[in-house]
Design a protein around this ligand. Structure first.
Ligand code: UD1
Length: 346
């Protein structure tokens, strides 16, 4: 796929930057569009440091139709889009629903509107296992029913999936792959790129690494009275590099016209559930660092347990989660250590 142009919206962010690295390693020419609302421009230099290639970068908000139109004209010949750019904090979405609907839904609609104008047929959409809510059957397959969303953020993922479905059903010459991520964690093995939460992290692994390094006093485990083996919630934690590779396979599948239908959907998870307490003890074991924690009450809106059946991604997409949870936690820890050391230097 040498020099085939791929647009990555949100390409300086956590999953986006890892995906840009894998795309460039596979020979694609990457154009990043990002408004830097939840990432920094430093990502570009870090991507270049890892791959030796500087991706094109445009500081644009996908909600800005005219700027997006101009960008597509400037980089004529884009063959596929991976659309990550979106707001993703569940709690914030409850407080600022309009901001979430505007960013996440309008951004996608602009892109879908502009694709045929610029002759682009292929789009990978960043979705989430949040669409399944608490599944009735575990592991959850792509055929499981979509449950009512419990937050505006979750609702935007469902709405965006439906918009893509409706556009394709309308007869538009468009192919799409929806990737439903489980819980992405970890960092690139170089520790050049990783998750960079703004303020107090709401996700588990950044909170763990920040506690381990001494930035937070202790971790709160949200509930130990769930109906699970140790009482804490269970998730499917997927390595971010493995997840990034799923995007490269999805783009190739569309470009090589291998899709069975114009709209396909894949679960991207390991197929294995890990409880919060298991994750904490795995982190302590691989890093040797003590992690102070306390059990507190349940977090409102949390799902008790969910993990993926990723058979479809394994057999159809040819994708497989390769890293162990230990390797992944170690990568998150190395990233946190390198990040703090670099901040102290500054
Ligand atoms: C959350 C979102 C999900 C979104 C994903 C993005 C909710 C309900 N869901 O997933 O829609 O796609 O982030 O990454 O917010 N935990 C603690 N202590 C902490 C933080 C988390 O015990 O300080 C527990 C949670 O209760 C949960 C697990 O760790 O059981 C994972 O939490 P988190 O990393 O926030 O991810 P999700 O809630 O699964």
């Amino acid at each position: 796929m040498d020099n085939v142009k791929v647009l990555v919206t949100g390409g300086t962010g956590y999953i986006g930057s890892h995906t840009v690295v894998e795309l460039q390693n596979a020979g694609f020419e990457v154009i990043i569009v990002d408004n830097l609302s939840n990432s920094t421009i430093e990502s570009i230099a870090r991507i270049e440091h890892i791959t030796g290639i500087k991706p094109h970068f445009e500081n644009i908000d996908c909600v800005d139709y005219v700027a997006m139109d101009d960008m597509f004209s400037k980089y004529e010949g884009i063959k596929a889009i991976i659309h990550f750019a979106a707001s993703k904090a569940v709690g914030e979405s409850v407080e600022k629903p309009i901001m979430y609907y505007r960013n996440n839904v309008n951004g996608l609609m602009n892109i879908l509107d502009l694709m045929p104008i610029h002759g682009i047929r292929n789009i990978v959409f960043s979705s989430s296992c949040t669409v399944y809510g608490q599944p009735d059957v575990l592991p959850v397959t792509e055929d499981a029913p979509i449950k009512p969303a419990t937050s505006p953020y979750g609702n935007t993922k469902q709405i965006c999936e439906e918009i893509i479905r409706d556009v394709i059903h309308s007869g538009a010459e468009m192919n799409s792959i929806l990737l439903r991520y489980f819980n992405p964690i970890g960092a690139h093995p170089s520790a050049e790129i990783g998750e960079l939460p703004v303020g107090i992290p709401s996700n588990l692994v950044p909170f763990i690494t920040q506690t381990a390094i001494g930035l937070r006093e202790k971790l709160s485990v949200f509930g130990d009275d769930y109906n699970t083996s140790d009482g804490s919630c269970i998730r499917d934690y997927i390595n971010v590099v493995d997840l990034a590779k799923a995007h490269v396979l999805a783009v190739k599948r569309m470009l090589e016209n291998k899709q069975d239908v114009a709209l396909e959907c894949f679960n991207i998870g390991t197929g294995k559930g890990t409880s919060v307490l298991e994750l904490i003890s795995a982190f302590k074991k691989v890093t040797g660092v003590d992690l102070p924690y306390q059990i507190v009450g349940r977090r409102s809106g949390d799902i008790e347990q969910v993990w993926a059946d990723s058979t479809k991604a394994n057999s159809v997409l040819g994708w497989k989660a390769e890293s162990t949870i230990e390797e992944t936690l170690l990568s998150a820890w190395r990233w946190e250590q390198k990040l703090r050391a670099s901040l102290i230097e500054k």
